[in-house]
Ligand binder design. Structure first.
Ligand code: PRX
Length: 633
């Protein structure tokens, strides 16, 4: 059994041990898993290049630990419980035995298409059980999965497929999301027209019955699995073989492919799941994220299944058919552990308390929050209305790159403070540094959040470009992983995450680079230059404010805004549409020609009267002009 901490004292002891003897601490966790061959060394690392290896020489397969090892003790227990978009549709329940069979069957189908160890498979799919099945099937045969959130556009999909040089794309005819029926396959068709030369096969799930256009590379899912055996030997994977690539936005350039490896990710996923949520046998656990994001990878698929839990998957959206949907599902399935994002909490809070009060939520034991800072008002509402004032809330801070939860209360054990992610998990050594990289002494402090020691589920590289990994995360401060977040620490050592300090926005919990959105806007023929910043938004956490310099003729009117939205949706997807757009004659620049984003951020936040001295700008006069127009958008 992986360690499960149950008291404050145990937490303290475990934490101290993880710092004084990290190798022993992590070996004890790793030894609870099934390995084909035991590792020879727990960890070897240096953060300069960087090179980080965990459980060196070990051979395992994560699906053996997610599925096979549960067959004897809990073969009939539900592994995945699926709830449809349509509240009147039947739920699906897959036992560990059934899930094992279906994963093996699809793994064989992939093999029949020539997919093998190390090949990349992109999954562009709705939140249906086949998405979880296919993810695990890739892992079964050692293929590297790269799940792309199905809300991304054809262009965004194509650039990820090309970067990963994927051999196969897995998709569906359509996707049911609230009232919308999204033609997923046709988006894949468009992506294939834009590039994707490496793709040999597109396997299409018949999900909604939507009409599709058929090409030479296409194969129906049902045909792919026909006649395939429900047994498939797991591929022995080295601890450090890649398990998956997940693309995420950074402050510059195109999204990068964060690479996670088999052994360390596996160990940390189960360890963090059990401890943070205080999972107990037979708990029904529901994480509302999409598998297209890291939260879905670690805390819908891998973490819960490693722990032998029942993991819920939901196809739909929180407000369909009404704002009571989440609570109706909790009531229907007697959910015990519920994990969602602040943006959903704020949106539901705005719809009124009656939606929560309508349902019986007495099964709930633990509430979780992830993806962005949770403001105090939302925390209180979540605590009082959903948690009836008694449930623990775990505000979990982590990132795509960290693979698992890093700073969080352990439910019911750690004292919570609204808007604080509180304490690091044992094994995690955060610190706050100033702009020069000087570590702030223990106790109360504010600074840039870094991590000093490696942890098993940290990223190993960025796909195809190791130097980018080095530059992005390991070059700012020597010997440390830099998170890109600012944080405050109180005298008791509890952390409050303040948000990104780089040009990364967090819009409804979705991570977007300002440069990425600017590049999309610049695709419009009338645009000469643009600058995008985030600003505080009541529901989304951050909204997108775009300042645009245009050729003659473009004006601040709804038509132009709609045209810009169209290019952004085409280049990235609806999540990146600017909330506010202002056509400006020029942008404030330094004498070296750099856009002064600080000023644009202040104006976007409605704090244009607190700009301080702007006289050193190349064009200080533009500030007043922008300020006077910004109030109107
Ligand atoms: O800024 C932090 C914010 O989300 C960023 C990571 O985004 P992503 O890689 O998409 O992963 C999101 C899900 C793990 C972080 O750099 N963030 C995440 N969780 C929190 C948070 N900010 C404050 N509090 C959190 N609990």
């Amino acid at each position: 059994m992986t360690l499960r901490i149950t008291t404050k004292e145990e937490y303290q002891l475990a934490y101290e041990k993880s710092v004084s003897s990290p190798r022993t601490f992590w070996a004890e966790q790793a030894d609870t898993f099934e390995w084909f061959e035991k590792y020879k060394e727990v960890v070897e690392w240096e953060f300069d290049t960087p090179s980080v290896k965990w459980f060196i020489g070990g051979k395992t397969n994560i699906t053996v630990n997610c599925l096979d090892r549960h067959l004897k003790g809990r073969g009939e227990q539900t592994a995945i419980l699926w709830e449809a978009n349509d509240p009147n549709a039947e739920s699906i329940s897959l036992s560990y035995k059934e899930l094992h069979s279906r994963v093996c069957q699809f793994a064989n189908a992939l093999k029949a298409q020539g997919v093998g160890k190390g090949d990349r498979v992109v999954l562009y799919m709705p939140m249906v059980v086949e998405l979880a099945i296919a993810t695990l099937a890739c892992a079964r045969i050692g293929a590297i999965h790269s799940v792309v959130f199905a809300g991304f556009s054809a262009s965004a999909l194509a650039s990820r497929v090309d970067d990963a040089t994927a051999k196969v794309i897995l998709t569906a005819d359509g996707n049911n999301r609230g009232k919308k029926h999204i033609p997923v396959k046709s988006i894949v068709d468009d992506a294939l027209k834009l590039g994707c030369k490496s793709v040999e096969r597109v396997i299409v799930l018949n999900n909604t019955g939507l009409d599709v256009t058929w090409g030479d590379r296409d194969l129906w899912w049902s045909d792919a699995i026909k006649g395939q055996s429900i047994q498939c030997s797991p591929e022995p994977m080295d601890s450090e073989d890649p398990l998956f690539i997940l693309y995420t936005s950074g402050s510059t350039g195109k999204p990068k492919g964060v690479v996670h490896t088999c052994g360390g990710y596996m160990v940390y996923a189960e360890y963090s799941f059990k401890n943070v949520f205080q999972y107990e046998e037979k708990d029904i656990y529901w994480c509302t994220a999409d598998i297209g994001w890291i939260t879905g990878h670690t805390y819908i698929v891998y973490g819960p299944l490693l722990a032998g839990a029942t993991s819920m998957m939901f196809e739909g959206v929180p407000t369909f058919p009404d704002a009571g949907r989440f609570w109706q599902i909790c009531d229907k399935h007697n959910v015990n552990i519920f994990y969602t994002a602040p943006t959903a909490i704020r949106a539901l809070m705005a719809c009124g308390d009656e939606w929560v009060e309508k349902y019986d939520l007495s099964s709930l034991k633990v509430l979780g929050s992830v993806g962005e800072p949770i403001n105090e008002e939302a925390w209180q509402w979540y605590s009082e209305k959903v948690g009836k004032g008694i449930l623990p809330i775990v505000d979990t801070w982590w990132q795509t790159e960290t693979g698992g939860i890093m700073i969080s209360p352990l439910a019911g054990i750690t004292d919570t403070i609204p808007s604080y992610a509180t304490l690091p998990l044992p094994g995690i050594q955060p610190c706050l540094v100033d702009a020069e990289g000087i570590e702030q002494p223990a106790g109360e402090a504010e600074g840039l959040l870094c991590i000093k020691h490696p942890w098993p589920s940290m990223l190993r590289t960025t796909w195809g470009d190791h130097q980018r990994c080095q530059l992005t995360y390991f070059s700012a401060f020597k010997g440390m992983y830099f998170t890109g977040d600012g944080a405050r620490r109180n005298a008791d050592g509890a952390y409050r995450i303040l948000g990104r300090v780089d040009d990364v926005m967090n819009v409804s919990g979705h991570r977007l680079g300002t440069a990425e959105v600017e590049n999309a806007i610049n695709e419009h023929e009338a645009v000469i230059e643009s600058a995008v910043v985030g600003y505080p938004h009541d529901i989304k956490g951050q909204g997108i404010f775009a300042y645009v310099i245009c050729k003659d003729g473009a004006a601040n009117d709804p038509e132009f805004k709609a045209a810009i939205n169209k290019v952004v949706v085409k280049e990235i997807g609806p999540i990146a549409k600017p909330d506010k757009l202002l056509v400006v004659p020029a942008l404030p620049k330094t004498r070296s020609g750099k856009i002064m984003r600080r000023i644009l951020r202040k104006i976007a936040a409605g704090e244009g009267d607190q700009l301080g001295d702007v006289s050193t700008l190349l064009n200080p006069e533009i500030v007043e002009t922008i300020k006077s127009h910004a109030a109107d958008v």
